[in-house]
Write a protein that binds this ligand. Structure first.
Ligand SMILES: C[S@@+](CC[C@H](N)C(=O)[O-])C[C@H]1O[C@@H](n2cnc3c(N)ncnc32)[C@H](O)[C@@H]1O
Length: 276
């Protein structure tokens, strides 16, 4: 199984000279710096990039990684430019970040790629600093290289009250006319607050995303067999999505990769146990 990934990585992505930290039949995880590794990668070789970069908040994650970079926007400009280069025509780039970062990144992104959406995701549990409004959303920037080559429709369930189970909205009296598979996905996601409780996290200290976020991005913009890159692995959410939905993946994480390996190994064991 792993031999075929090595062959695939060598041929298609230009990573022949790098030894992956961990690999599966569908993907390979590299322990290194995202820009350095992306520079090795072939142009036009990746169908979707999902990036949840550090936010430059000066936080110490206890994994040798201190999230502080004097040249943060230039640094983002470098990996975004590499991302634009390695995307296939029509491929998609998603970047999850705070609005104050997003406004600075879009200046550069607009010169590299085609804007599709600024998706707003509810983010509760933060607090206002100084003369500011209470921050309640994060941005998921969605760009493509030219016209999108894949845009799968995604449906979300009709919202119900978690106490009584009843439906929250009446859809202006048109409830019966709604598609039984659910509602069309909008550019406002209010069901994506992060995994806050430590018991649901694979890696304490990392702002691991709720799996819904990379899952929607991947399912929206790729088909089975396509390749997804996540250059900031963290707890490995994107790689789990790819494994579960038959996408190939390339992962990069500069610091602790062991939690990602453990997560994927555990997931494989569960799948194998379910198959018996
Ligand atoms: C916000 S976390 C990503 C969380 C991930 N999306 C998840 O859901 O688990 C950002 C990650 O980027 C990693 N990182 C920071 N600088 C990096 C770099 N230059 N190259 C690769 N990874 C880096 C950090 O160690 C951290 O794990």
């Amino acid at each position: 199984m792993t031999t075929c990934v090595v062959a695939l990585v060598v041929r298609k992505y230009g990573l022949a000279n790098l030894e992956p930290y961990y690999q599966t039949a569908d993907g390979a995880l590299y322990n290194g710096d995202s820009i350095e590794i992306m520079r090795f990668m072939k142009s036009d070789s990746i169908d979707c990039i999902f990036a949840d970069p550090p936010f430059n908040l000066g936080k110490d994650y206890g994994t040798k990684f201190v999230d502080k970079n004097e040249n943060y926007v230039d640094w983002c400009g470098d990996w975004m430019a590499e991302g634009a280069r390695i995307l296939t025509e029509g491929g998609a780039l998603f970047i999850y970040c705070m609005p104050s970062i997003a406004v600075r990144l879009v200046e550069r992104l607009n010169r590299l790629l085609t804007f599709r959406h600024w998706i707003a995701l509810t983010m509760k549990g933060s607090y206002p600093r100084g003369k500011k409004l209470y921050p309640a959303h994060y941005a998921l920037l969605y760009y493509t290289k030219g016209k999108p080559k894949t845009f799968n429709s995604i449906r979300t369930p009709v919202q119900t009250c978690r106490h009584c189970g009843g439906e929250i909205k009446d859809y202006g009296g048109h409830r019966k006319a709604l598609n039984p598979l659910g509602l069309n996905l909008t550019d406002f996601w209010d069901d994506t607050s992060p995994n806050r409780h430590a018991k649901y996290k694979v890696r304490p200290g990392v702002n691991e995303l709720k799996i819904t976020i990379p899952k929607r991005a991947v399912l929206l913009s790729t088909n089975p067999g396509d390749t997804v890159l996540d250059p900031f692995g963290g707890g490995g959410s994107t790689y789990e999505v790819c494994e579960q939905h038959s996408r190939k993946w390339i992962g990069i994480e500069k610091y602790d990769c062991s939690v990602i390996r453990t997560r994927l190994q555990r997931m494989q064991s569960q799948l194998q146990a379910e198959a018996v």
